[in-house]
Design a protein around this ligand. Structure first.
Ligand SMILES: [Zn+2]
Length: 190
């Protein structure tokens, strides 16, 4: 295989993949049409997508290949929820959709983690991740940074079991209590 696997796909890579996998008559115009849609993908991503289609690759469209690459990159996000997936691999991703994308990937990641790891995964860790950290300012779903003293001079070490700052877990628990405890009406006050 004469493509460059980890670099962004080049004109030459695109041409040789089209010749290898599709039944199309590969013209310069065809190659640039495909490149327009798949710019930002690596040759390895594109090859994997073609290979995954099997015989259907012969009539594949650029959008079909782009969709497969996107789906594969979502699966990567699920397999390692702590890893931020670089969006360069997502063809056609728009800046405005990134936050939603991360959030959805995070939610899917957590489900997958629970399913795959069951009790081995500390549930408090996932709970804490559902809110931003008030101490180190880690965003929702991001893990806490190793920060142990903030600007205000407050010291806080991450909890060993969860890897999160305890105040973040507190916050998450309070939020959970607020949203999931039915209002108890009402033993006579005072
Ligand atoms: Zn934190």
């Amino acid at each position: 295989m004469n493509t460059t696997p980890y670099a962004l796909i080049s004109n030459r890579d695109m041409r040789s993949l089209l010749m290898r996998y599709t039944a199309a008559h590969v013209t310069d115009d065809l190659v640039s049409a495909w490149l327009d849609r798949l710019a930002g993908c690596t040759a390895a991503d594109v090859q994997e997508a073609f290979a995954g289609l099997g015989p259907a690759a012969a009539r594949a469209t650029p959008s079909e290949i782009a969709d497969r690459i996107e789906a594969a990159s979502d699966r990567t996000a699920v397999a390692s929820p702590d890893v931020v997936v670089p969006l360069v691999r997502r063809p056609g991703a728009k800046a405005g959709t990134r936050r939603d994308y991360y959030r959805q990937a995070g939610v899917r990641g957590i489900r997958a983690v629970y399913a795959a790891m069951g009790w081995e995964h500390h549930p408090d860790r996932e709970l804490a991740r559902a809110v931003p950290c008030p101490f180190c300012k880690a965003r929702t779903w991001a893990v806490c940074s190793p920060l142990s003293r903030n600007r205000a001079g407050v010291r806080e070490l991450r909890d060993r079991a969860t890897g999160m700052h305890p105040s973040r877990l507190d916050r998450a628990k309070k939020q959970l209590a607020r949203t999931s405890t039915p209002r108890t009406e009402q033993e006579t006050s005072r």
